[in-house]
Design a protein around this ligand. Structure first.
Ligand code: ADP
Length: 169
């Protein structure tokens, strides 16, 4: 019998959509049901490059911003990476969630920038080669969690018997 693989599950969304909250809940729920699960976050601020990005985001250093580049240019570094088995986009109105604890002081934590990010996501979601699911994340933490857990369990069952895909190839 071959070794069954795990699933790569991604939570996406603008700042304060609830990614961290939901990811922690999901990992805990999967572990409680006897599955191994691990949370990863990007950028990983513990690596050398991550520290550079972190200091830039915290406005402690300046780098050239590159925000004028196209979506395709931004996608390029990720082409060919392991394709997620499921990407759940936590859909919220950026203006509404600005009230969730308020934006911090980091670069890009502004409503104007978050609206632009939301629009780029809407373009990416149209790509049928990636298994996107749009989640209404304006509901309670519990309701959002229930949906995310069900979708994740399905994705885990399907991924077991499938090869790992390559992103955007
Ligand atoms: P992200 O990781 O997407 O930036 P967080 O999970 O850190 O978002 O959540 C941002 C803030 O919003 C936190 O204070 C969190 O407790 C709160 N929050 C998360 N989900 C909800 C929700 N469904 N309803 C209300 N508040 C929420």
């Amino acid at each position: 019998m071959g070794v069954r693989r795990g699933a790569l599950i991604v939570l996406e969304g603008v700042d304060r959509a609830g990614k961290t909250t939901q990811c922690k809940r999901l990992v805990q729920a999967l572990r409680d049901s006897g599955k191994e699960a691990e949370m990863m976050r990007f950028p990983d601020r513990t690596t050398m490059i991550g520290q550079l990005i972190s200091s830039y985001l915290e406005k402690k250093s300046n780098l050239e911003d590159h925000t004028g580049f196209s979506l395709e240019w931004c996608q390029n570094p990720d082409v060919g990476l392991p394709k997620p088995d499921l990407v759940m986009f936590l859909q919220v109105n950026p203006a509404e969630v600005a009230g969730r604890g308020g934006f911090g002081d980091e670069r890009y934590e502004t409503s104007v920038f978050q609206r632009a990010v939301q629009q780029k996501f809407e373009q990416l979601i149209k790509d049928p080669s990636v298994n996107w699911k749009v989640i209404d994340a304006a509901r309670s933490i519990e309701d959002v969690h229930t949906e995310i857990k069900t979708l994740s369990e399905n994705a885990i069952n399907i991924a077991e018997n499938q090869p790992i895909g390559e992103l955007w190839k």
